[in-house]
Design a protein around this ligand. Structure first.
Ligand code: CTP
Length: 405
């Protein structure tokens, strides 16, 4: 099992390291966390123990038994990550100081090392820190970030730790773990569309965009080149993903179709409006004097239907079905009607999952009749399951996805 020794030092960004460790463990890596004493003031070792599934080491002389822990960890490591890496640990690394478990392990290891610096901008800019980073780079240490933005000290500037997906991607890259989607370009749609009634009002739906964003983020981590076409959302664009923002079903159709040709797979996670107002009023519709208001709606283009009709052999198409009641029956029918390779069906009438939640429960239905009923799980985990299903088809069907009828 590939072993990542993960050092956490005493920066405020230590809380973000929890997410990095969780994601590395989720990818099947054996993650061994070493915390500095200062780091334990910011996040409890138990949190890292829970997300890594391994004991957490803090002190040099704590380990039970005769083994020298810094040596055993240094030897076991296929990669050492330090995130956040404070100015202090960078200085110690640059000068070969070894006065705690993490710095001794770093001195004793021959594994590649990745650091994610995080500190106040003046500390980052200081010639001492810059010299240390230069020295470390020259020695082959990999550096991810820092980014510019709001810092924990209340200032703005360079010094913010890189976001967890960027650190995970850098780590996987160094380990040479090519993802299942490596070499593929995929397109994901997310969020709900908005169909305008007048300049201020629209018909929308409750989709948050979380499932589509989780799909885009995980596809990137699995090595794909990713385009995300998203309806309005407050979610940030996942790092490394090209995001195209749209409002209406028609705009989504245009952006998706124009990018479809070079894609190995398309996952339509967007809640596309099925109907749009027949006319958009150029002026704001006034209440004055009206007894009521009837809006005529006309169908929107069926984007997934068009993709199925236009697809080339080998392109894998995934649809979503949000249903209320008789989930499997409706999903099987939709899989056939739409002509997709995979349909992800979820029951949106169940409280607590689906719209705006971080959790989802779904059934993955394949065109060949296989059905995978999944437990309730975080949307990221569901996204990874969906990509596993997609990559299975990309691998086995190759250039022979049957033409749709
Ligand atoms: N979809 C699409 N274009 C539309 C509507 C939906 O591409 N105009 C896609 C969605 O992104 C989703 C799938 O089709 O992947 C199924 O959407 P859903 O609304 O559940 O299905 P509909 O075909 O609209 O059928 P229903 O009458 O059950 O709503």
């Amino acid at each position: 099992m590939t072993c990542v020794v993960f050092g956490v030092t005493g920066g405020i960004a230590a809380y973000k390291a929890v997410e990095v460790v969780r994601r590395l463990a989720e990818r099947g890596l054996d993650v061994r966390v070493i915390m500095t004493e200062h780091a334990t003031r910011l996040v409890g070792p138990d949190t890292f123990r829970a997300v890594s599934g391994n004991p957490v080491s803090v002190r040099l002389f704590d380990a039970p038994g005769p083994a020298m822990e810094h040596i055993s960890l240094a030897r076991a490591a296929d990669l050492v990550v330090v995130a956040p890496a404070t100015a202090n640990i960078l200085a110690k690394m640059a000068h070969g100081l070894a006065d705690d478990l993490l710095s001794t392990t770093l001195l004793a290891t021959r594994a590649p090392v990745l650091v994610a610096p995080a500190m106040n901008r003046e500390m980052y800019r200081h010639p001492a820190t810059q010299d240390n980073l230069r020295k470390l780079r020259e020695r082959g240490v990999h550096v991810v970030g820092p980014e510019s933005g709001a810092l924990a000290c209340g200032e703005e500037g360079e010094g913010r730790m890189a976001e967890p997906p960027a650190i995970v991607e850098a780590a996987l890259h160094i380990l040479g773990l090519r993802g299942d989607l490596s070499g593929h370009r995929v397109l994901v749609t997310a969020g709900g569309t908005r169909e305008p009634l007048d300049p201020v009002r629209f018909i929308g739906n409750r989709s948050s965009g979380k499932m589509g964003h989780a799909l885009a983020e995980t596809a990137r981590e699995l090595g794909a080149e990713v385009v995300l076409v998203s309806g309005p959302t407050s979610l940030p664009a996942p790092p490394g993903v090209e995001r195209v923002m749209v409002e209406t079903a028609e705009e989504m159709r245009r952006e998706v179709l124009s990018r479809f040709a070079g894609c190995s797979a398309v996952v339509m996670a967007a809640a596309v409006a099925d109907f749009t107002p027949a006319r958009k009023s150029e002026e704001k519709i006034k209440r004055g004097g009206r007894e009521g208001l009837t809006v005529e709606l006309v169908p929107t283009p069926d984007i997934l239907g068009e993709l199925c009709a236009r697809r080339s052999p080998g392109q894998v198409l995934v649809g979503f079905a949000a249903e209320t009641g008789d989930l499997l029956e409706k999903a099987r029918k939709k899989l056939d009607d739409k002509g997709v390779d995979i349909l992800v069906a979820n029951d949106v009438s169940r409280p607590g999952f689906g719209f705006d939640s971080d959790l989802n429960q779904a059934v993955i239905l394949f065109r060949d009749g296989r059905e995978e009923e999944l437990d309730v799980m975080p949307k990221r985990e569901l996204a990874l399951r969906i990509w596993k299903a997609v990559s299975g088809l990309l691998g086995s069907v190759g250039g022979q996805v049957p033409a749709q009828t």
